[in-house]
Write a protein that binds this ligand. Sequence first.
Ligand SMILES: [Zn+2]
Length: 119
Amino acid sequence: MEQIDGVKIMHCRNVREFSVPELPHFSVDGYCPETRTICQIFRCHFHGHTCQPFRDVITLNGDNLAERYERTMSRLEQMTRPGYQVKVQWECEFDDAGKPELLAHPQRGLWKRGHASTL
Ligand SMILES: [Zn+2]
C-alpha cells in the first residue's frame, strides 16, 4: 500500500473544495486536478474504521460501525469508478497515538488557505 505521509498531504495543498462532476452529491476534502487525485480525511468513529472496537453495537444513529465502514468503502469505490485516484487518511494514522483534533490539523488549514488564495 502506498504510504500516505505529510509530504503527500502537502502535495494536495493547492486543492480547492471540489465536487466530483460525476458524483456531485459527494463532498471531498481535497482534489489535485493534475493527477485527478481526491484526498479524503476520515474520522475513524464516524466512518467505522477497522481500528474501532464494538463494531456490531448499534449507535444512536441506528447503524453500527461495520455498516458505516461498508458504506464508506462503497463510496470510495464509486469515486474511483470514473477514473479518480483516491487517497484516504484515517484519523488514527495521522499520529501513532491518533489525534481527536484531526479536523483542525494544520495541513488541512493549508488546504483552506490555498483555496482562499486562489479565489
Ligand atoms: Zn482508525
